[in-house]
Write a protein that binds this ligand. Structure first.
Ligand SMILES: Nc1ncnc2c1ncn2[C@@H]1O[C@H](COP(=O)(O)OP(=O)(O)OP(=O)(O)O)[C@@H](O)[C@H]1O
Length: 614
């Protein structure tokens, strides 16, 4: 709710035309302000607790003056001292309670903002177009989601709360110093301007270091994520040591930036500490002179000294607040970029009547190149028609664009020219969610999620909540998966491991088929496995696929002769277009055709394989 609204509100403001840094600062102040608005109670408690803290030196000064008052008898003094102390105890109790309430409220609303920030970032990532993921790297995005949000979170939770308190106390302390002794105050505060100048310089540098640190960290995370999730490959090539070294190099970059930050911090904190002591010393010096000349009482000087301490402590608090805030800004830069990024793909469009769609597919003069490689066109003026309810097998040399054809139908990318239509409707006019809800896919290497088999199958349903156990069993039976799943000790509740590593290739495929069945799509996009399964598995998968294809429009990237023979038509892709299209037998008839050459090669290869096996 609020966080997303307020976080993105700044992005549309005309402020964007002013210096981005200024804009960024303003938007952060704006967000902090919204945080405060959302917690008026917290601000109330902050005011009460700060007022109590700041009145303490004044009241304690009064106590000291009561003690030092001459000319009254001991009893009167004791009586007024007692009542003063009792009153002060009450005031302090109220202050303590208000402080506790402030910390609780600020902290919990800050965490709420972090939660909203994480949710918004995740939703922003998931709505980006597929080309965005071709360019970005998983580990980096994960780092944004976990480390950067934590950093920003820290800077707006505890930090903001303590920082505001420090600001309030410094302001109140300074005013009280002026109230107690204007001349002493103006003398002491001469030290503030040079320190403030230093702080601005320091903050700017710290922010840039923080941004670079988060970037370096993202790179390290990226490397770790990729290597850990592909551990089997790393191990197979025996690259553990060299990967550890590469990772260490990446973390060295983080470390060297951290060391720079340490130097910077050391200098800054040294200077602020020093200036605090100098302030105290100058109070004693100048105050001592004022007292000697009867311009101040000992109580006033004590009060003043306590205020100076308070201001000193607040300034120390402010410096760390300021440091954390600047680091938060640095880490936030990338987050805000991600949050404000509008997907290049529209997410809406109209929907057709669910029952009237028949599933006729057509590529009309399609030209396409991947956005990341726009100079290398994959298709040029490609045309292909798949009548409703028929099976179209797609064949072609490796890299001819068979998978790309499927991606275009799923509308993961849009063609650069030409049109792809379903039942005569340009798919660019259709709601992509609606479109995909009518398309089922089974890929060569189906990806399963690390949850139970039951949940993996249910993932296929458009409405996952409405899926019954009976539906899942039925889909599993049709997909020839029921028996092997029930044979697992935990049956349908068996957890399949990350990407389904705990299952065999054929098992994964049959679960993927069950998943597609549950969706009951009009259109089916299949990528036949190239890797040979054993005869038993092969037969089961094949049978499941045939059942899955019944009564649907199917585009299948075919590798098996039987699939090609059973298809209603075969399209041969080459040189960025469809070079041949027709029935298997017709295409074989063309002695010069690419299809015949491909088939001869395949037959030759199969013979070779069989000979090798023998
Ligand atoms: N996401 C991508 N970004 C940029 N180029 C890509 C992308 N995916 C594939 N390509 C390129 O597009 C071309 C066609 O790839 P595609 O995967 O469609 O071929 P294919 O016919 O399915 O190949 P194979 O039979 O080997 O799987 C290839 O040259 C490939 O390098």
């Amino acid at each position: 709710g609020c966080a997303h609204g307020c976080l993105s509100a700044a992005s549309v403001s005309p402020l964007h035309f002013i210096s981005p840094v200024f804009c960024f600062l303003l938007s952060c102040v704006f967000k902090a302000y919204l945080l405060l608005l959302s917690t008026p109670a917290a601000v109330g408690f902050l005011t009460v607790s700060s007022a109590v803290t700041m009145s303490a030196p004044f009241l304690l000064g009064k106590v000291i003056d009561t003690i030092y008052t001459t000319g009254t008898d001991t009893e009167t003094m004791a009586a007024s001292l007692t009542s003063l102390c009792i009153m002060l105890t009450g005031v302090f109790l109220v202050g303590g309670a208000a402080n506790a309430a402030r910390v609780y409220l600020m902290q919990s609303s800050g965490q709420k903002i972090v939660r909203n920030l994480r949710a918004s970032i995740f939703s922003s990532i998931l709505t980006q177009e597929v080309a965005f993921f071709d360019r970005s790297r998983t580990g980096e995005l994960i780092n944004r989601l976990s480390a950067d949000t934590a950093m920003v979170g820290r800077s707006i939770t505890d930090n903001l709360s303590d920082g505001l308190r420090a600001v309030a106390q410094a302001a109140a302390g300074v005013s009280m110093m002026f109230y107690v002794s204007p001349s002493l105050a103006s003398f002491v505060l001469l030290i503030v301007p040079p320190v403030a100048g230093l702080a601005i310089f320091y903050g700017r540098y710290l922010r840039s270091i923080s941004k670079r640190t988060q970037d370096a960290l993202a790179q390290a995370t990226q490397l770790a994520e990729e290597r850990i999730s592909n551990m089997r490959t790393v191990r197979a090539f025996g690259k553990e040591l060299s990967e550890v070294n590469t990772y260490t190099e990446k973390t060295d970059q983080v470390f060297s930036l951290a060391r720079k930050e340490a130097v910077l911090r050391a200098g800054f904190f040294g200077v602020t500490g020093l200036s605090g002591n100098i302030m105290i010393l100058s109070v004693l010096y100048k105050g001592g002179l004022l007292m000697a000349s009867q311009h101040m009482t000992v109580g006033e000087l004590s009060s003043f000294l306590m205020y100076t301490f308070w201001v000193g402590i607040s300034i120390a608090g402010l410096s760390s607040f300021y440091s954390e805030l600047m680091k938060g800004f640095g880490a936030g830069t990338r987050l805000w970029e991600l949050l404000d990024r509008k997907p290049e793909f529209p997410l809406n469009g109209h929907e057709l009547n669910d029952h009237s769609i028949v599933g006729q597919l057509e590529f009309d003069d399609v030209t396409f190149a991947y956005p990341t490689r726009s100079e290398a066109p994959i298709f040029q003026n490609l045309s292909l028609m798949v009548p409703a309810g028929t099976i179209m097998a797609v064949v072609g040399p490796s890299g001819s664009g068979k998978s790309t054809l499927v991606s275009l139908l799923l509308r993961l990318y849009d063609p650069d020219a030409g049109m792809i239509s379903i039942d005569g409707h340009d798919i660019r006019d259709l709601n992509p969610y609606w479109l995909r809800s009518h398309i089922g896919t089974v890929s060569q290497e189906p990806v399963l999620f690390s949850c139970s088999i039951r949940d993996n199958i249910a993932y296929g349903a458009v409405d996952q909540e409405a899926v019954t156990t009976e539906d899942i069993y039925r889909a599993a039976r049709v997909a020839n998966a029921y028996n092997f799943i029930q044979a697992f000790p935990q049956g349908f509740d068996t957890v399949v491991g990350e990407k389904g590593v705990l299952l065999s290739g054929g098992q994964k495929q049959r679960i993927a088929i069950a998943r597609a069945l549950l969706r009951n799509p009009k259109i089916l996009l299949l990528d036949e496995a190239t890797s040979a399964l054993d005869a038993e598995n092969e037969f089961l998968v094949q049978e499941a696929l045939e059942r899955l294809m019944e009564g649907r429009t199917v585009v299948i990237i075919a590798h098996r002769l039987s699939t090609i023979q059973n298809a209603n038509a075969v399209a041969v892709l080459d040189q960025q277009r469809v070079v041949e299209c027709g029935r298997h037998a017709e295409l074989l008839g063309n002695r010069q055709g690419l299809f015949r050459k491909l088939m001869e090669k395949q037959a030759f290869l199969q013979e070779e394989q069989q000979r090798a096996l023998r």
